[in-house]
Ligand binder design. Structure first.
Ligand SMILES: [Zn+2]
Length: 106
């Protein structure tokens, strides 16, 4: 059964019995707990990420946006493989840049 981790958002496979896990690994359960505690301590509502993590995500989104434009040109030039390769590369970069919250109420 495919599950989505409540902390990192990545998908993971689960084949056990009983209540399915919410986290892909034990450390993510702990980090989520700590981030909720930190949000409580700071008195914030929502999600707090570091400037660095936010910048990485924005850069990756910018790169994906550029890749969409490149892919449109590749497709117009009848190069679907080139289009797919560029999009895949940018999509993987974006997935790798998903930030982990410092604090969260979610
Ligand atoms: Zn996870």
């Amino acid at each position: 059964m495919k599950r989505q981790c409540a902390w990192c958002g990545r998908s993971f496979e689960w084949e056990g019995v009983g209540r399915p896990p919410k986290y892909c690994r034990r450390s993510h359960r702990q980090r989520h707990y700590e981030a909720r505690k930190e949000a409580e301590r700071l008195g914030i509502g929502g999600v707090l990420v570091t400037d660095h993590a936010w910048q990485q995500l924005r850069d990756a989104a910018y790169r994906l946006e550029a890749s969409v434009g490149d892919a449109e040109v590749d497709l117009a030039d009848d190069d679907p493989v080139g289009a797919a390769e560029g999009l895949l590369d940018a999509a993987r970069t974006l997935l790798g840049a998903l930030p982990e919250p410092v604090a969260t109420t979610e």
